[in-house]
Design a protein around this ligand. Sequence first.
Ligand code: HAS
Ligand code: HEM
Ligand code: CU
Length: 582
Amino acid sequence: SATAFPTVLPASIDAPADALAPQRRTMLAFLVWGFSALMIGAMIGPLQALNYGGVNAYPSLTPLLKTYYQGLTIHGVLNAYIFTFFVTCGLLVYLPARELGLMPNMALWRGCFAAMALGTLMLLVAMFDNSSSVLWTFYPPLKGSAWFYLGMTLVVAGSLMPLPILLDLRARWKARRPGEITPLVTYMSLTTMLMWALAGGGALIELVVQLNPWALGFTDTVDPIVARTLFWWTGHPIVYFWLMPAYVSWYGLLSKQIGGKLVSDPMARLSFALLLIFSLPVGSHHQFTDPGFSPIWRGILTALTLSVALPSLITAFTIGLSLEYAGRLRGGRGFIGWFTALPWRDPSVAAQVLAMLTFIFGGAGGIVNGSWELNNIVHNTTWVPGHFHITVGTASALTFMGVAFWMLPHLTGQRLLSRRLALASAWLWFTGMSVFALGMHWAGLHGVPRRAWVSMLPRSVYDRVYGDAHLALILVAVGGCILWLATIAFYTVFLGSLATRRLDRRPAIPFAQAFGGRESYALDGGAPVGVVAHPSVSKLARALEHLGLITAFTALATAAAYVPIFWPFLQNATAAHGWKVW
Ligand code: HAS
Ligand code: HEM
Ligand code: CU
């Protein structure tokens, strides 16, 4: 029946508030740990932006940071792994559990937190003692301490633990409601975790077979090209492990948050299923300039990479139309009026819509990267960090900040310290990242290398080498400074709201209220959410229920894509001793 489909988070589960307290507390722990990592990472980022602007802050930072590369490793690892993994492993369990009205396996969920938290501590030791400035890609033959690789192993392994939790939740729900289609938020979360489980294999093999034994002294040498290929098997799909949770919020929550509805539930499912399939086989588009595998495969990789953009194009249109639908309901008229009519004063909404706008450019840049010939121009220049600061650094990060703006009150029963400052932080982040990314892309086209401590050069040399990119590099530095302000504003709100929390005594703010306190925002208010194309009558949605088949197909496609790439590498093994250059 139509009403049996709870795209909404049911109201009833807010009822006995205390029974849910353990879930809220665990979710809060994930959120706080993740955002604490980002706080450290985001304080370092602007120093890197200043570096490109010719300002070398590092001599004044010793002994805390000894080199640029130590800072860059901490920045990349904390932001790209720790922040994202904690937020995601929290959200992708909490939201489905609330959607289904079931209790997740708390022991596994806490185990996930514990494994990743222990891993984080080991990484912090290895990075802050300056033994492991191996950057976020930890490519051998750069060599770090065993703490680094062991910590990373724990973090990756921990991040896979939501998968069994979700499988169990879905099985229990299906047992009660046989024949029905998995509710949307759960479907999207499970697809994300299935994708990530297939993806994680590469890094786990690299760590367990190559890097841990090497760092522990059981082996003397390592094969760098095999390691890089294993890394990118994980390292490309990881970008969708960062993105899909943001999509969960855009598809599953935002349309209601802005007072409208999701215009197509089956399209959301299709986009997630396609992301699962296409994310995996394309990892080696990060290796267009690596030697040793056939040009035919490089061409195929270009085609596959363009395919992985498709589900995001579907998303752009589906979410775009949902925004327009809500905007027109709110009285927006004309060509652009629907857009300005969105509830821009709500910091959670503003952050997420600004994140989307930025992602249009991030996606376009990605298509440039993925085109083999064009990749030769941008690879290893500042263009690439320009690209990923408007994808993971904004589409994902700013969305997660937007989620935090409703979730903190929901979890703690405490209103945000200041909604206006929250709103300001979202706009500052958007403005700072836009200026920063424009500068980074532009400087990259002048050939300014990424991962380069350029501010260490004598001024005359810096000017001679990078003079052409001067204006672009100034934009980078200015963007970095705006981002510093954004970070301070955000953490004033985040920490300020936590400082006054009384989790155990106050009841949670129900979803409806956390979403702005207005009736029309209610996720859990009585009536079904009213998706236009209803999944229970959609053949597509029914077909996409076969997640086991889709996953098996993806595993096969991935194997097919990687055999021809690995084959020559395994025939021509190389052995390198470790380097410690910084
Ligand atoms: Fe990428 C490098 C290709 C997406 C992250 N990428 C990176 C690195 C990172 C990263 C971290 O093929 C560097 C790693 C390193 O350190 O070396 N990327 C792509 C492609 C896509 C893509 C084809 N990347 C992402 C996402 C990331 C991410 C997402 C993180 C979250 N990327 C590459 C390639 C490289 C690369 C090469 C290697 C470069 C090199 O040489 O090193 C696609 O998935 C993008 C598809 C996206 C779209 C945009 C859809 C727009 C949407 C917003 C809609 C807006 C709305 C608002 C609704 C087609 C969904 C409407 C309102 C209105 C008013 C209109
Ligand atoms: C690298 C600045 C936030 C993830 C960089 C670089 C700059 C930078 C200039 C390039 C350094 C180089 O190639 O030498 C900033 C600023 C931020 C910020 C000003 C705002 C506070 C973020 C966020 C994320 C992120 C939110 C992810 C969630 C990364 C990663 C790298 C990086 C993964 C690559 C590190 C490497 O090459 O090993 N950042 N960033 N950054 N950033 Fe950010
Ligand atoms: Cu990629």
